[in-house]
Design a protein around this ligand. Structure first.
Ligand SMILES: *[C@@H]1O[C@H](CO)[C@@H](O)[C@H](O)[C@H]1NC(C)=O
Ligand SMILES: *[C@@H]1O[C@H](CO)[C@@H](O)[C@H](O)[C@H]1NC(C)=O
Ligand SMILES: *[C@@H]1O[C@H](CO)[C@@H](O)[C@H](O)[C@H]1NC(C)=O
Ligand SMILES: [Zn+2]
Length: 473
C-alpha cells in the first residue's frame, strides 16, 4: 500500500513538472508570436487544449489517492451485473442452484471465456479452496433394508448412499471450514407436526405477567444518562456487564413473533442513538457490537425481544474481529476489497440478494443452518429492512423462531482506518424444541429470502423513512 501511494505521488509530481514546462513553453511562444500569425494562434489554442487535458488527467489522480485509502472499507454495488449475466457468461448458462452441484458449477466457471468471469474465478481461488471427497460404504443386510425404506422415493438402489460425496469449503483468510454432505439434507426427518408459532405464543402469554422487560421502569437498571425512549423501544443498562458500556434495547412488544417492520426499525434507530450518545460521553469507546438472540437458550434468559449493545474501546468482538482481520489481510496481500469480492462471488453463484444499498448472502462457509450475512456501507433503512426480511423468512418459510445474530457497525468517529462495514451474521438455532435440522441447502435459503423480499418490499411506506445519521467519516 505504501509503495502504491508513493507511485501515485511520483506520478502526480511528474505531471506537475510537466505542467510547469508547458507553461514556460507557452510564455516563450507567446513572446515570440508578437506578430500573431494564424499559425501561432493555432499553436496557442493547441497548447491550451493540451493543458486542459493535462489538468483533467491530473485532477482524478489526486482524488483517487483519497479513494484508495477508503477502499478497504467501502462497498460499491454498482459494478455488479445482474445474476443472469453471470449465469450466462460465467457458467455457460448452466448454473445449478443447489450446493450439491457446486463442483460442477466451479468446473464451468473455471472454463469461462469472459474476462470478468476469469478475473472473478481467480479471486474465488485466492479466497476459497474447495475439495471434493468421496467416501464408500458397505451395509449389513438389515441396515440396508432400513435405508431402502428411508430412501425409497429418492434412491432405491442406494447408489448415492454407497458412494457419498463430501464437499469441503475453506476460506483461506477467515480459516472458516464448512463441510457439505448433500445427503444429510435429504435424510428423512420425522414429519414435524409441531406448531412452532403456537409454542412461541403460548410461551409468550405464560411469561408476560412476570416479564421484567414489560416492566422495565421498575425492573431493569439504567445508564447514568437515563433511558433513550423510541416509539416502540427503550434502552436499559445490562445488569451484568460484558464491557464498560453494555446496554439493552428493549422493544415495547413482548412477543417476538409479533415484531413488525416498524418495531424493528425503531429498535435499531434507538440502537444508533444509544451508540452515538455513549460516544459523545466517552470518546474512547467507539467499536459498536450488537448481539441479538431470539427466544431464550434453554430458558436462561428473557423471551421478550432485546438487543445487546456494546461499545468497546479497542475492537470488535470475536468472529466480527476475525472478519476484519481477514479483510485487512486480503487487502494487504492482493490490493483488492474483500467485501466487494466475496459479494460478487456469491452473487455470481446465485447466493446473494441485493436490496437497495444493502446485500444479503448465504455464505459458502456457513457455520450454522440458514445463515445469512448482510453488508452495507453504513446502517441504513435498507440494511435493517433486509434484516427484517431474513427474520420473516425464518418465521414464514421455515417456521423457525429462534435465531442468533452478531452485528458490527463502522467505528463511530471514523478514527480507525481498518473498519468493518455495517455487518450482520444471522443463523437459526434448530426449532428451539428439539431436532436440529442440519445442512440446509444455501440455495433454499436465498430463494426463500428472495421470495419474502419480493413480497414485503412492496410496502412503499418505508421508502421515505430515515434513521439517525451515522458518522462514518
Ligand atoms: C401476535 O401475533 C399473533 C399471531 O402471530 C396474533 O394472533 C396476535 O393477535 C398478535 N398480537 C398482537 C398484540 O399483535
Ligand atoms: C424454500 O425452502 C424449502 C426447504 O425448506 C425448499 O424446499 C423450497 O424449494 C424453498 N422455496 C423456494 C421458493 O425456493
Ligand atoms: C429515527 O430517529 C430519528 C431521530 O429521532 C427520526 O428523525 C427518524 O424518523 C427515526 N426513524 C425511524 C424509522 O423511526
Ligand atoms: Zn415482556
Amino acid at each position: 500500500m505504501k509503495r502504491n501511494t508513493l507511485e501515485l505521488d511520483l506520478k502526480s509530481f511528474r505531471i506537475h513538472i510537466r505542467r510547469i514546462d508547458v507553461t514556460r513553453h507557452l510564455l516563450r511562444n507567446f513572446k515570440m508570436s508578437r506578430c500573431l500569425s494564424i499559425k501561432y494562434v493555432t499553436h496557442f489554442l493547441l497548447f491550451l487544449l493540451g493543458m486542459t487535458l493535462l489538468a483533467t488527467l491530473y485532477q482524478p489522480m489526486v482524488v483517487k489517492k483519497d479513494e484508495y485509502k477508503q477502499s478497504s472499507l467501502s462497498i460499491f454495488l454498482d459494478n455488479l451485473k445482474d445474476q443472469e449475466w453471470y449465469r450466462i457468461n460465467c457458467f455457460d448458462g448452466k448454473l445449478y442452484y443447489t450446493i450439491e452441484k457446486m463442483p460442477l458449477n466451479l468446473d464451468l466457471w473455471s472454463q469461462a471465456f469472459e474476462r470478468k468471469c476469469q478475473i472473478l474465478w481467480s479471486k474465488f481461488q485466492k479466497i476459497y479452496s474447495v475439495d471434493v471427497r468421496e467416501g464408500k460404504l458397505e451395509f449389513p443386510m438389515q441396515f440396508e433394508s432400513k435405508l431402502q425404506r428411508w430412501f425409497y422415493n429418492l434412491d432405491p438402489s442406494l447408489k448415492e448412499i454407497r458412494t457419498q460425496t463430501v464437499i469441503h469449503v475453506r476460506n483461506k483468510y477467515t480459516k472458516e471450514h464448512t463441510i457439505y454432505n448433500p445427503l444429510r439434507a435429504k435424510r428423512p426427518l420425522q414429519s414435524s407436526d409441531r406448531d412452532p408459532l403456537g409454542y412461541v405464543n403460548k410461551l409468550s402469554s405464560s411469561t408476560r405477567e412476570s416479564c421484567d422487560f414489560c416492566n422495565y421502569e421498575t425492573m431493569t437498571s439504567k445508564d447514568f444518562f437515563d433511558r433513550i425512549e423510541g416509539k416502540y423501544s427503550v434502552t436499559a443498562a445490562n445488569a451484568f456487564k460484558l464491557d464498560k458500556w453494555h446496554g439493552l434495547i428493549i422493544t415495547r412488544e413482548h412477543n417476538p413473533a409479533n415484531i413488525t417492520e416498524d418495531v424493528l426499525l425503531d429498535m435499531f434507530n434507538t440502537t444508533l442513538m444509544w451508540f452515538k450518545l455513549v460516544n459523545i460521553i466517552d470518546k474512547s469507546s467507539k467499536f459498536p457490537n450488537i448481539l441479538w438472540d431470539s427466544l431464550p437458550h434453554a430458558g436462561a434468559s428473557q423471551l421478550h425481544p432485546h438487543v445487546h449493545v456494546i461499545l468497546d474501546p479497542m475492537q470488535y468482538y470475536g468472529i466480527l474481529d476475525e472478519q476484519l482481520s481477514a479483510a485487512s489481510e486480503y487487502y494487504e496481500k492482493t490490493g483488492n476489497n474483500y467485501w466487494e469480492d466475496i459479494i460478487e462471488i456469491h452473487h455470481a453463484l446465485g447466493l446473494a440478494k441485493i436490496f437497495g444499498n444493502s446485500v444479503a448472502m448465504t455464505p459458502l462457509t456457513s457455520r450454522k443452518d440458514n445463515e445469512v450475512i448482510l453488508l452495507s456501507n453504513s446502517p441504513s433503512v435498507d440494511f435493517f429492512r433486509l434484516l427484517y426480511f431474513v427474520i420473516r423468512t425464518y418465521y414464514e418459510q421455515f417456521r423457525i423462531y429462534c435465531f442468533s445474530s452478531g452485528m458490527a457497525l463502522p467505528v463511530i468517529d471514523g478514527s480507525v482506518a481498518n473498519n468493518l462495514p455495517a455487518f450482520i451474521r444471522i443463523a437459526t438455532r434448530g426449532d428451539c424444541s428439539g431436532a436440529y435440522n442440519v445442512n440446509v441447502d444455501l440455495y433454499w435459503v436465498i430463494s426463500n429470502l428472495t421470495k419474502i423480499v419480493y413480497k414485503l418490499s412492496a410496502d412503499t411506506t418505508f421508502q421515505s423513512k430515515t434513521l439517525v445519521p451515522w458518522i462514518s467519516q
